[in-house]
Design a protein around this ligand. Structure first.
Ligand code: URA
Length: 256
């Protein structure tokens, strides 16, 4: 890579500014002053120093991936027991990335992977109130009172849940189907909530995080996020009006 391009990618300034710095003799490559424009550098091996004190390092390219995590995959980058991880799932061989939050082994749905620590913090810290929307099938048919308790927040042992939006979507045989929207993400929270009212979850899928919906991504499929999707997650709201229509119950359901 040309020295001025390398410097620009390190965030020193525009290429033109970097050329000026080279011309002025402010740049040293492996201990030697460089004044020629075409000089090539190997960003992995060469040492470039500006003004005798700033060692230049290229900014790491930010990566954002959305995966529809299938059931039976663990949300980690390495498993000592050699079970299949989300990284195996996408066959990732590139820079270090890691999952943003987690989904249980038996949960499927939207999982974001990134190397951007600030982004991960923003998505997961409860103070940022990012919505997570789940589609769940629960055993049996909870009463209206029981569901209302979950809506208000319940003490499920290790923590008291914050108010949640819970929409009844319909029946599936002997079971009930709900959409649940929460703004926190404690370990196994949705499962614990329904266990608390005596209706354990039989199927759980995360459909949405903030403005980002799973869309047509099938379990095991993944794609890079577009810039506008990343920006919306960082700066945008939580709404997604299509997510209900995408559920296989086909309807908006009524309130239980
Ligand atoms: N809540 C759960 O109980 N499990 C998940 O995987 C995600 C949210």
């Amino acid at each position: 890579m040309r020295l001025q391009k390398f410097m620009a990618e390190c965030g020193v300034g525009s290429r033109r500014k970097c050329e000026e710095m080279i011309r002025l003799g402010r740049v040293y490559l492996n201990g030697k002053k460089v004044t020629e424009m075409g000089t090539l550098v190997d960003p992995e091996r060469d040492e470039v120093i500006l003004d005798g004190k700033h060692i230049l390092k290229m900014k790491e390219k930010k990566i954002y991936i959305m995966l529809n995590k299938p059931r039976g995959i663990i949300t980690t980058v390495h498993d000592p027991q050699n079970r299949k991880t989300v990284l195996d799932c996408i066959g990732w061989k590139g820079n270090r990335i890691y999952p943003v939050g987690r989904l249980d082994y038996d949960t499927e749905g939207l999982l974001i992977l990134t190397n951007d620590g600030e982004f991960a913090y923003k998505m997961t810290h409860p103070k940022h109130q990012v919505e997570k929307e789940y589609y769940c099938v629960v055993r049996g048919y909870p009463t209206k009172d029981a569901v209302n308790r979950l809506r208000q927040g319940v003490d499920i042992g290790e923590f008291v849940t914050s108010p949640a939006e819970i929409i009844y979507l319909g029946k599936q045989g002997e079971n009930a189907v709900f959409q649940v929207i929460i703004r926190e993400g404690k370990n196994r929270q949705v499962r614990k909530m329904f266990e608390f009212i005596g209706h354990p979850i039989l199927f759980l899928r995360r459909n949405r995080i903030g403005n980002l919906s799973l869309g047509r991504l099938r379990p095991g499929q993944w794609r890079f996020l577009k810039d506008n999707e990343v920006n919306q997650l960082i700066y945008g709201g939580n709404n997604n009006n299509d997510s209900l229509q995408k559920d296989e119950t086909g309807g908006f359901g009524s309130h239980i």
